[in-house]
Design a protein around this ligand. Structure first.
Ligand SMILES: O=P(O)(O)O[C@H]1O[C@H](CO)[C@@H](O)[C@H]1O
Length: 393
């Protein structure tokens, strides 16, 4: 409670503050609210409503909003950033003196991520090797786990909540093919209002829990004309459109306990695991439905225009979605080995007279459900293969 109060109040008032924010507590919101001018309050309330335990996220948005809208920058801006950081960021590294956007001030500290990891490890005896992320319509992949311990996101300290249909919102620990895994039954997207660092924060939890691998799945629109609805694309590479535009989950102070300031991305997706997946697809008799390709993530939530789809195709993109890229960047930063696949849930039109239906989320989720058994089989076989790989020994 004092954390919030001191953090935000110091920020708002322009005094440097002790880093002491740990707890999330909605009542503190009122104290903060009272410390704002009437104009600040109305600006904030226009955009962000107050709702019990989600005040945590909304207060973060608040401060970003205030910095932008009210021009609380320079000295006050820095202190405002300290206010936010007093909630999330206990690292010794100071935030930059000019905060350029929300992500700078909203990354979770190592200590907070450790607290989340320790909380989970205390509540379960399962020690996962592989972190799995279930895409839209693919949440039932988690149902294939055995001997599970499941944690709704709202029960995990400092966790955001999942707001998208087709994303259940639980972290499930259990066994797949006898291999201990932890599985995100629902992920976080940028369009839900979370900064990229928060969307991919659970990947760092996976790392601190002891995982060596990330297995990410997603639903995506097929740009490559060879892809059919229901096919699977093994992700060979990505084009980080949001990164090219200056938005990254790694933005802000770097904590070397996670990884280096400038991580390479030339081998983001493990080559050996892609080879293994191809072999598995032959064993499964689905080699004609399996492709390799380049994925891109856009901010969403709207689907793309024809002109945007044409541009992406020209750039060499085979499938488009609104997730995964920032999770993979975060995973590679902390040296997790990555394997990812996209279920092609819809075909992206290339001209205005196309017969294809317009993309819609009902179709995305429905194709996910139709192909869940196939995706689950591939996932189970990959988990077994990863477990037998040298890195897992
Ligand atoms: O990437 P996942 O979470 O699978 O979901 C995809 O499906 C949704 C759009 O239908 C978007 O969230 C897009 O990213």
């Amino acid at each position: 409670m004092t954390g919030y109060k001191n953090g935000i109040a110091n920020g708002t008032n322009g005094h440097g503050g002790e880093v002491n924010g740990q707890t999330k507590n909605a009542p503190a919101y009122t104290a903060i609210e009272n410390s704002l001018t009437k104009r600040q309050q109305s600006l904030v309330k226009d955009d962000y409503h107050v709702k019990g335990d989600v005040a945590f996220d909304e207060m973060n948005l608040w401060n970003g909003k205030l910095q932008y809208t009210n021009g609380i920058n320079g000295t006050n801006g820095v202190n405002a950033a300290n206010g936010v950081n007093s909630i999330h960021h206990n690292s010794k590294e100071s935030p930059p003196s000019q905060i350029s956007n929300f992500n700078d001030v909203m990354s979770y500290s190592y200590e907070i991520i450790k607290e989340i990891a320790d909380y989970l490890l205390e509540k379960t005896s399962i020690r996962p090797k592989i972190g799995v992320i279930c895409g839209s319509g693919l949440n039932s992949l988690a149902d294939f786990l055995t001997q599970t311990d499941a944690f709704p996101y709202e029960s995990i300290p400092h966790f955001p909540i999942s707001t998208v249909e087709g994303h259940v919102g639980r972290m499930v620990f259990g066994y797949l093919e006898g291999v201990p895994v932890m599985c995100m039954q629902g992920r976080f997207h940028y369009y839900e209002g979370y900064p990229l660092s928060k969307c991919s924060m659970p990947v760092r939890v996976m790392k601190l829990v002891g995982c060596t691998h990330l297995l990410a799945t997603n639903a995506a629109g097929g740009l490559n004309t060879k892809f059919k609805v229901g096919d699977i694309m093994l992700v060979r590479d990505h084009v980080n459109m949001m990164g090219l535009a200056g938005n990254s989950p790694l933005q802000g102070p770097n904590d070397p306990r996670f990884g280096p300031r400038f991580p390479p991305m030339t081998n983001a997706y493990d080559k050996e695991l892609i080879k293994i997946a191809k072999k598995i697809s032959v064993e499964m008799g689905i080699e004609k439905n399996i492709h390799q390709g380049v994925y891109t993530c856009l901010g969403g939530p709207n689907y793309e225009t024809v002109a945007e789809l044409r541009m992406l195709r020209t750039l060499g993109v085979d499938a488009v979605g609104m997730s995964t890229v920032h999770e993979v960047i975060t995973a590679r930063h902390c040296d997790l080995t990555v394997f990812a696949f996209s279920l092609i849930t819809n075909k992206c039109p290339s001209d205005y007279d196309s017969d294809e239906d317009e993309a819609n989320h009902e179709e995305v989720v429905s194709v996910g459900k139709q192909r869940q058994n196939l995706c689950a089989e591939l996932m189970c076989k990959m988990v077994r293969a990863i477990n037998e790989s040298p890195q897992c020994k």
